[in-house]
Write a protein that binds this ligand. Sequence first.
Ligand code: KG4
Ligand code: ZN
Length: 349
Amino acid sequence: MPLLAIETTCDETAAAVITRDRVVLSSVVASQDELHARWRGVVPEVASRAHVERIVPVIDEAVSRSGIAKTELEAVAVAVSPGLVGSLLVGLAAAKGLAAALEIPIVGYDHIAAHLYACRLAHGASGIYPCVGLVASGGHTSLFHVKSPLELERLGGTIDDAAGEAFDKAASLLGLGYPGGPWIERAAVGGNPKAHRLPRPLANDRERLDLSFSGLKTALRYLVRPPGAPADTPPPTGQRLADLAASFQQAAVDAILAKVELALDRTGCRSLAIGGGVTANTLLRESIEQLGRRKGVAVFIPPRSLCTDNAAMGAIAWERLARGENDGLELDVLPGTDRSAARRNALRR
Ligand code: KG4
Ligand code: ZN
């Protein structure tokens, strides 16, 4: 019997029904992009409230499209970290309610590990593990040594903005829409990626697997509006816009590629898996394929629909169920928090 996976870590309300054989019977994603577009970034309170409104219809839609009855579900899986706490709590409350009502196990899963599991879901397990894993999304940009779906050793990652955040801010600077990645990608078509010299921060540092995007973002800002230019300088248009978008995109991809290559060299892994919203980017996907060919490394790339946030990647919960793990209704979005100490301190005050 299948499980129901729930995803509400950030600004997508998603649910999916997945069989033990990792067949996705249904996957429903309700995007909140239009709610956050005017702020050009996710507003946590707006996100939580939208999840509250949407979670039940999204779950019902996923179950209905799957062709099975709720009573046939074997377990409920829910992304419990990392994420916006208000958003996470909505998914967790829904998952606990269902698990209690149906008297079935509840299993929490890690959203980042799930992004990489999208590769396993799309391509099967054969040949993936151990691998280097790149997760590049709006909230995270990290490299892992992935020994198995649930065993991820973090090798490094961004020391400031996430790659997706940089795309979102770059789009905003260029007067484009939200989320920025797809806008930059479209604006870059026909642009010259060498038109503007933009930095690839930390890319030449072979000592560290850290990445940085804030300097790239600032460099773009000064190209768009040089120091002293009036605040109401209109955003670029036409060929200048295309060149700026292409130059930014190339710099961001180069910076990521440099560290992916270093991670492959350090670990000696013969395979590479990627995931997260930014990995929907065509230039990044093609560059990763090229890197794989050049280094003789097998490359696993999920289809675009599994790159941005979705609940189908919650199929990773089957890996925990296979180990006999069940979190029960004690499942928490702040694991490791010493609640009793917090309560004692609160009472003392
Ligand atoms: O994984 P995701 O859906 O949510 C998080 O877990 O953060 O990633 C969303 C991020 C946004 O910053 C968005 O601009 C970026 O992924 N993104 C892209 C593309 N599509 C989405 N970045 C570059 N190119 C794209 N085609
Ligand atoms: Zn994500």
